[in-house]
Design a protein around this ligand. Structure first.
Ligand code: HEC
Length: 155
């Protein structure tokens, strides 16, 4: 039996397994960072106009608020997989993620959970046209962004 060939075959099958089960952990660290920054860019892009409406900087548009809030909620669920081990500032230069994300994972997860909860509530109230409720829930959601950035993101 041709051993090296068998090993290559086994390696190939293993490799395929990795490809087909493909999780964020199998990606290049740089690509993972790009992924999470892109998700946060989408979050910021959609969160900002809600803030501008809530503050009265631009006219309130209930349909737009509902749409933006839905994107924020959806993306809030897509950020967690963007932080696998080995994608911190010790490995990737172009990241604002602090090492504490990986040394205090429970706290980080906690911040992530509150963000997801408040974003889901925001999407819920945004379906109605109660401006006051939307305003209050926008504030609560914004606090969860700040809470995480203060502790886990470089300025
Ligand atoms: C659980 C933690 C956490 C929460 C909650 C959070 N962020 Fe962030 N955010 C981060 C981290 C960490 C980075 C840095 C990512 C990197 O550079 O690798 C970041 C980066 C960003 C960026 C910059 C993206 C880029 O282009 O580099 C924006 C914009 C942003 N967040 C907006 C928000 C907004 C708006 C909210 C709330 C609606 C929010 N974030 C909630 C942790 C969080």
């Amino acid at each position: 039996m041709n051993k090296p060939w068998a090993m290559m075959l086994a390696g190939g099958i293993l490799g395929m397994g990795v490809l087909t089960t493909g999780s964020a952990a199998d990606q290049k660290p740089e690509d993972v960072v790009k992924y999470r920054q892109s998700v946060y860019t989408v979050i910021g892009w959609n969160f900002k106009p809600i803030g501008a409406m809530v503050k009265g900087e631009i006219p309130f548009d209930a349909a737009a608020v509902a749409r933006h809030a839905q994107y924020v909620e959806m993306m809030s669920k897509a950020t967690f997989e963007g932080f696998p081990k080995g994608t911190g500032p010790d490995v990737v230069k172009n990241t604002e993620a602090k090492p504490e994300i990986w040394t205090k994972p429970a706290e980080f997860k906690n911040k992530m959970d509150s963000f997801q909860q408040e974003a889901a509530k925001l999407a819920e109230v945004a379906k109605g046209s109660d401006e006051k409720a939307i305003k209050a829930q926008f504030g609560k959601t914004a606090e969860t962004c700040k809470a995480c950035h203060d502790e886990f993101r470089k300025d």
